[in-house]
Design a protein around this ligand. Structure first.
Ligand code: NAP
Length: 471
């Protein structure tokens, strides 16, 4: 082992669930480790802070478990650092035995249909970033459309539809920041239409999230019985999956009832494939055109040329996320992942020699490793596989020139980077809770990056970084 006289130094890039579970797997392995967790945001927790909807406190509560995993002497948080821009992969390699990328998937998958660039056509990831108070997106969001379409029937589509259909007052007890509450208060939407391009048995959302739609006193969920069609493959799916059965039976119950009087109507449509966004002549969305499909298993099969134009003034594309390339690391543009084998980044897949086949000392985990599917807990399995690969390689890892924990701090300071730390996060956390307490809420999120950094780096947090370094 190359590091017998010192802990194994590992940089993990991304302090979301995937990165934190990787840190945990390293700590639990029994190896002597010293981990730096790099994060582009000034605060940790990635998708939990900037992806999970504010009205999902049950999922947000995972933060408490992750908090415990991070509150360990073997791990340091280094936030507000853009790896690739502020510090390069080569610089990381000079300070660490291994680098693990856990950068997730933050962009929207492209939808190549005519009209997709019209004003009023939005990527779900951008909207989610806005309502979750991401510091790097505009503070306002246009919510003047009365009728809105949401494309896709995954959990993100349900999040977007629910946030659009709920009232601002319903969302006020959550952690939404003031600019988001103000934006939602001006929301004009009274009809939200969600479109699945295949039948109900192929919906991607989960039963709990589906049924939750019906819990809001302001949302009337409406399903057309004509949309609930199944072929043999769909019926077989329904029979062998409890989850699919629950989804289909819930939709059938909703389709069988008379619509009530709740003020906002949320329509769940199936077998409608979006084919075009129609403009109003002034560059704005005026309608969504869909083509009727019939059940065709994994395929999207046109039913015979039937098209419908749905009068909507805004379209949200919730058709899946996409990872972004990482500087200095190969990227598979088609699959949207860093090509890898069991977490080892592939450099020359045609070579059988490990030293050429893999990018030495570089690993991946989470959505950037396997694509943007699966719930938060699924990244634990990823982390355990990746960390097993890393630990199996330890004897082959090149020795870094500057493995001392102070070295990278000196490098960051010499570059003038205002990085944040774990105790900085604890200060920001306390600050957000105080803002919340003043309004009888659990937390009010701080949105501005400079305020997040200033609170995190105020005097009580300064200098904590070296103090927390394990020799
Ligand atoms: P997803 O589950 O993959 O759903 C994407 C949806 O977009 C599918 O219905 C898909 O239909 C549709 N789609 C893809 N391409 C399309 C196209 N060209 N035209 C029309 N529709 C298209 O993705 P996601 O909703 O972004 O969720 C990502 C992951 O995060 C999932 O694992 C999800 O469960 C998880 N998540 C969980 C929660 C929660 O509250 N538990 C919240 C948010 C996200 P096809 O199936 O026909 O391709």
């Amino acid at each position: 082992m190359t590091t017998s006289t010192r802990p194994l130094r590992v940089a993990i890039v991304g302090a979301g669930p995937a990165g934190i579970y990787a840190a945990d797997a390293l700590m639990k392995s029994g190896a002597l480790v010293s981990i730096d967790l790099y994060e582009r945001m000034p605060a940790p927790f990635g998708l939990l802070r900037y992806g999970v909807a504010p009205d999902h406190p049950r999922i947000k509560a995972i933060v408490s478990a992750l908090h415990k995993l991070l509150d360990k002497p073997q791990v340091r948080l280094l936030g507000n650092i853009d790896v690739g821009a502020d510090i390069t992969l080569d610089e990381l390699r000079s300070c660490y035995d291994a680098v693990v990328y856990a950068t997730g998937a933050n962009a929207d998958r492209a939808l190549p249909i005519p009209g997709v660039d019209l004003e009023g056509s939005y990527g779900a990831a951008d909207f989610v970033s806005w309502y979750d108070g991401h510091p790097d997106v505009p503070r306002t969001w246009p919510l003047d459309a009365k009728k809105v379409a949401v494309l896709g029937v995954g959990n993100v589509a349900l999040d977007v539809a629910r946030i659009l259909a709920k009232t601002a007052e319903e969302l006020l007890p959550t952690e939404i920041p003031p600019n988001v509450h103000a934006g939602l208060s001006a929301n004009q939407a009274v009809e939200v239409h969600v479109f699945g391009r295949r039948g109900p048995a192929h919906a991607r959302f989960t039963p709990l999230e589906l049924r939750e739609l019906d819990h809001s006193p302001t949302i009337e969920v409406i399903v057309d019985p004509a949309d609930l069609v199944y072929d043999e493959a769909a019926l077989a799916l329904r029979q062998c999956s409890k989850q699919v059965e629950l989804i289909c039976s819930t939709l059938e119950q909703w389709a069988a009832r008379e619509p009530g009087e709740r003020p906002h109507r949320l329509f769940l449509h199936f077998c409608e494939n979006p084919v075009e966004l129609l403009g109003d002549g002034e560059g704005r969305v005026r309608a969504l055109r869909t083509e009727r499909t019939r059940p065709g298993g994994a395929e999207v099969v046109a039913a015979g040329g039937d098209h419908t134009d749905w009068e909507v003034q805004a379209v949200y594309r919730a058709i899946g996320y996409l990872s972004e390339p990482v500087p200095g690391v190969p990227f598979d543009e088609c699959a949207g992942v860093i090509p890898n084998e069991a977490g080892r980044v592939l450099a020359e897949p045609d070579s059988d020699a490990p030293e050429q086949r893999y990018l030495p000392g570089v690993y991946v985990t989470g959505w950037i490793k396997r694509g943007p599917v699966g719930l938060i807990g699924h990244t634990k399995g990823d982390a355990s596989e990746t960390i097993s690969s890393l630990l199996a390689d330890v004897d082959r890892l090149a020795r870094p020139a500057s493995p001392q924990p102070e070295a990278v701090i000196e490098l960051l300071e010499s570059k003038g980077i205002a990085f944040t730390t774990w105790s900085g996060w604890q200060q920001l956390d306390a600050y957000e809770r105080e803002l919340g307490a003043a309004e009888g809420r659990e937390r009010v999120k701080v949105v501005e990056r400079d305020v997040m950094v200033a609170v995190s780096r105020s005097s009580a947090a300064a200098g904590d970084c070296r103090a927390s370094i394990e020799p």
